[in-house]
Write a protein that binds this ligand. Structure first.
Ligand SMILES: Cc1cc2nc3c(=O)[nH]c(=O)nc-3n(C[C@H](O)[C@H](O)[C@H](O)COP(=O)(O)O)c2cc1C
Length: 379
């Protein structure tokens, strides 16, 4: 499976080419759009979400509701492009508008300064338009295709928001309970914790400040043996970490007990193994988070993903204007205060992409029926 995404934040559109899906997979377009709407929601999002009503168009690879086995091209048109065409179009742009939209007061924590220097740009917009997490809209659309593929094998991905700017939900939840996270304002499941998180986001907004947080992603129903111990590149935990770290603003990924493994002894970390005629091999704990030796072990996969606070602060941090080298206050473009709910949706999509690739690598299959038959034969 191969995924390529393209598109600038205020450009005409975002596109994705999804290669490797088998033929005969039924595609539910409504499901794609439901996930896109979830990515746009959550308490603390900025003004852009009021302009866009993301809808994915399928341009290639699907006929009569089913994949053909050819590359699937997805497209999301940016409504905001209408307001930016004169300075973001591919033809000759309006110099006056370009100067007005030029960003030189580079934002700490963003790609602006390093990108301007690396790509020898006079306008940080030529970098930030791609650095922007608007790109994740098309990854969520592609992720929905991967989820629909995995669903044919009985694999389901879920998640919830565990922490927003230091407000932590310490509860543990069943997979059934975490499905409810999509119905709350922040993606948090505990209403008292959520109320405190909302108060925190509101206070930060008033102060011109921003929030980050932590989400937990879970995968139910994946059989053992996906990924491989044999080469470092095939290790499933390594692939998941790579995918999740590629999401804008993600600064930490952990599997199972995560960093707690360094604090405890072996008897309190490793999951003991049992056997039952009916169940086969099983464990009564899952501190490994469903992955041992770079392979799924049949238990739920549990991942934690940490996002730093949004780098654009309305209050503005100290920076340097690279055209004058003078100390100044960073630019404040319209921006989110908190996007941790969105991160949860994006992280699900990325996990779906990695797992679908691992399934394809192990089972191949020209048609979804072949993939299902091969999957069902596995213990
Ligand atoms: C869902 C989501 C929404 C985001 N919204 C904003 C935003 O409105 N303003 C902003 O400055 N950064 C936002 N970011 C973060 C930046 O895109 C990111 O910090 C920046 O591209 C630099 O990349 P890095 O943080 O991975 O180093 C968002 C990230 C995500 C995942």
């Amino acid at each position: 499976m191969k995924l390529t995404t393209a598109g600038e934040s205020h450009g005409k559109a975002l596109v994705a080419i999804v290669e490797g899906l088998p033929a005969h997979l039924r595609i539910d377009e409504e499901q794609i759009n439901t996930e896109l709407a979830l990515r746009q929601s959550g308490y603390g999002r900025g003004g852009r979400q009021k302009i866009e009503r993301d809808k994915a168009e399928i341009l290639t690879g699907v006929r009569n509701g089913e994949t053909l086995g050819s590359p699937v091209t997805l497209c999301i048109y940016n409504k905001d492009f209408a307001n930016w065409e004169s300075c973001m179009g591919s033809g000759v742009c309006d110099e006056g508008v370009m100067a007005q939209k030029r960003l030189t007061k580079v934002r700490p924590g963003h790609a602006d300064l390093t990108g301007v220097l690396k790509f020898d740009q006079i306008d940080a917009r030529n970098v930030l338009e791609r650095a922007s997490a608007r790109e994740t809209a098309i990854r969520v659309a592609a992720g929905s295709l991967y989820k629909q593929y995995l669903a044919q094998l009985g694999v389901e991905i879920g998640g919830y928001v565990k922490e927003i700017c230091g407000i932590v939900d310490e509860n543990t939840y069943t997979f059934e309970q975490i499905r409810l996270s999509k119905t709350t304002q922040t993606g948090m499941l505990d209403s008292q914790t959520e109320t405190r998180a909302i108060e925190k986001i509101s206070a930060l907004k008033t102060e011109g400040d921003t929030a980050g947080g932590v989400v937990e992603i879970r995968v139910k129903g994946l059989k053992s043996g996906f990924g491989s111990v044999m080469t470092y590149a095939e290790k499933l935990d390594a692939q998941l970490a790579q995918g999740l770290m590629s999401i804008q603003a993600v600064k930490g990924v952990s599997v199972g007990a995560g960093f707690a493994v360094g604090k405890k002894s072996g008897k309190d970390i490793h999951d003991e193994i049992f056997y039952d005629e009916k169940k086969g091999y099983y464990r009564t704990t899952n501190r490994a988070g469903g992955i041992e030796g770079g392979m799924s072990n049949g238990e739920e996969i549990i991942l934690s993903v940490a996002m730093k606070p949004i780098p654009t602060l309305m209050k503005g941090l100290q920076t340097v204007d690279y055209t004058t080298k003078q100390q100044t206050v960073a630019a404040a473009e319209r921006s989110d205060v908190c996007a941790v709910f969105a991160l949860e949706i994006i992280a699900e999509a990325v996990v779906a992409q990695v797992l679908a690739s691992a399934v394809k690598a192990r089972l191949g299959g020209d048609t979804i029926e072949q993939v299902q038959a091969r999957y069902n034969e596995l213990p």
